[in-house]
Design a protein around this ligand. Structure first.
Ligand code: NAI
Ligand code: MG
Ligand code: MG
Ligand code: MG
Ligand code: ZN
Length: 459
């Protein structure tokens, strides 16, 4: 069986590899440690690998040809080693110098079990990828499984399955119970109420609006739906649980666990769309729901919307840019106040992207319109679904090329430059005039915090 020779060859190092002693936790020569580590993975010596990992070896280190320990384990189909590396959080997405991932290598060498094991982790890592910045409302844990939306038989069976969870909406408000889990952050005041379809079916309209949200990754049995319960009165739902209440999307949506917030973002945006698109935008005829909540079709067979792809038939998302603009000298950032903001709150400038516009140009235009500041370089930071009702906030960082502010008082109450020191006081709620920035659930908060750190790192 292939083992250390291959590992050594790939590393272009022919030196003999001494067997690993129990003194592994002591520091050793870096080059040697790479070989020992790779060889241990290739040969499936899990105990030695555990020691090396405990001793602080970089789990994802690469040899000269870009091979990681996971790739060597995959090359030889070393299942326990693959499990050990994945349990310890190795990156399953890495590629070697010739562009192969561990899955490619396992597949090429016919180790199906190894390939399947790593593929499963690949899918899971899409959900739990801590390297990508994810904002509140963006922590989705579901596979949306769009192919199931037209599968009426599967949908019907799954809706009735006892492993399936329904969350309930009454207009824009979600049905929630107070949070009692003290291990969650203090900001988590409510939890989405979970119910099975059989428990509520008799109280619903004959044809309630049901939206398929998705199922858990690699588990079709654990499906999630959202249902419109506006036909159900308060006396009925409080008989299920006396603590049940309806939580308005804003600001209620900010008081949930991050996984619940993501479900709310998806469901609430879709319910809001259904509410607004009862009639065809093209001809005014009534529309009917299809694809378990993901389409509305015009009832007039002759309507233009029935031919070709028409975005009027599909759920709407409005892109909005939101940007942290840094001054020319890098020492201040630009924040504004809308009239509707709570007293003392300042936030990043934001605005809807217009048709035919790039994200960068939308940032430059909105900042110039609202504050008179010119922006040059713009880069993307992260984004946030914003279900009020259905924006996608595209968070960017921009560099100003001018400094004199000229506020557009139609859109803003004020705009000002803030120093790093002032921002730190606002973030800590220690500003002498009680100025503050939006809460951490808002992407504006993320961008402001990022800028503070960025400036700090540059000092
Ligand atoms: N998550 C966060 O941290 C923040 C979220 N936001 C969201 O971003 C959205 C846009 O920011 P604004 O500064 O208000 O945008 P904006 O600066 O483009 O001005 C809003 C105005 O643009 C017009 N408009 C153009 N396209 C529109 C569309 N598709 N829908 C509604 N109005 C449209 C309306 O007249 C509206 O009053 C806000 O509605 C707010 O919900 C805004 C700031 C922070
Ligand atoms: Mg604007
Ligand atoms: Mg604006
Ligand atoms: Mg605008
Ligand atoms: Zn129509």
């Amino acid at each position: 069986m292939f083992s250390r020779t291959f590992a050594s060859n790939v590393g272009n190092k022919q030196q003999n590899i001494r067997s690993i002693s129990t003194s592994m936790q002591t520091k050793f020569y870096e080059g040697q440690s790479v070989e020992r580590y790779m060889d241990g993975a290739a040969s499936g010596r899990t105990e030695e690998l555990s020691l090396l990992l405990k001793g602080g070896v970089n789990i994802d280190m690469k040899n000269e040809k870009g091979w990681t320990a996971l790739m060597f384990a995959a090359r030889n189909g070393q299942i326990p080693t693959i499990k050990l590396l994945m349990e310890n959080g190795c990156d399953v997405n890495l590629m070697n110098a010739t562009g192969q991932t561990a899955v490619d290598i396992a597949t090429f060498w016919n180790h199906k079990e190894a390939a399947d094991l790593i593929t499963k982790q690949l899918k899971d890592s899409r959900v739990e990828d801590n390297k990508q910045f994810v904002n509140y409302f963006g922590h989705s844990t579901l596979d949306r499984a769009a192919e199931k939306r037209k599968n009426t038989k599967w949908l019907k069976n799954t809706m009735e399955n006892e492993n399936t969870t329904f969350i309930c909406f009454h207009g824009n408000s979600a049905l929630v119970v107070p949070n009692t889990d003290t291990s969650l952050p203090k900001s988590v005041k409510f939890c989405l109420y979970h119910v099975q379809y059989s428990n509520i079916a008799k109280h619903l309209n004959t044809d309630p609006l049901v939206i398929f949200l998705g199922h858990e990754y690699n588990n079709e049995e654990k499906a999630w739906f959202a249902v419109d319960i506006s036909s159900i009165s308060k006396s009925v739902y409080t008989s299920w649980d006396k603590d049940l209440e309806l939580l308005a999307a804003y600001p209620g949506g900010m008081m949930l666990r991050k996984e619940d917030a993501s479900l709310l973002a998806q469901a609430r945006a879709l319910f809001a769309w259904h509410e607004r698109y009862q009639f065809c935008a093209t001809c005014g005829s009534p529309t009917v729901v299809e694809e378990c909540g993901y389409k509305r079709r015009c009832q007039d067979k002759e309507c233009k919307s029935q031919k070709g792809v028409h975005n009027t038939s599909y759920p709407r998302v409005d892109p909005v840019v939101i940007m942290l603009v840094e001054s020319q000298d890098g020492k201040s950032c630009l924040l504004g106040r809308q009239k509707r903001f709570p007293h003392g709150m300042w936030s990043c400038l934001a605005g809807f992207v217009e048709p035919g516009e790039t994200i960068e140009d939308a940032c430059r235009r909105e900042v110039f319109e609202e504050s008179g500041i010119k922006v040059g370089y713009v880069e993307y930071h992260s984004c946030q679904p914003w279900p009020n009702p259905s924006q996608l906030m595209i968070g960017c960082l921009g560099r100003a090329t001018s400094s004199k502010i000229q506020v557009d008082y139609e859109e803003l109450e004020d705009a000002q430059w803030f120093s790093r020191e002032t921002i730190l006081q606002m973030l800590a709620r220690q500003h002498k005039e009680k100025l503050f920035v939006p809460p951490e659930q808002a992407i504006a908060h993320t961008l402001i915090k990022h800028w503070v750190k960025m400036t700090n790192a540059n000092l």
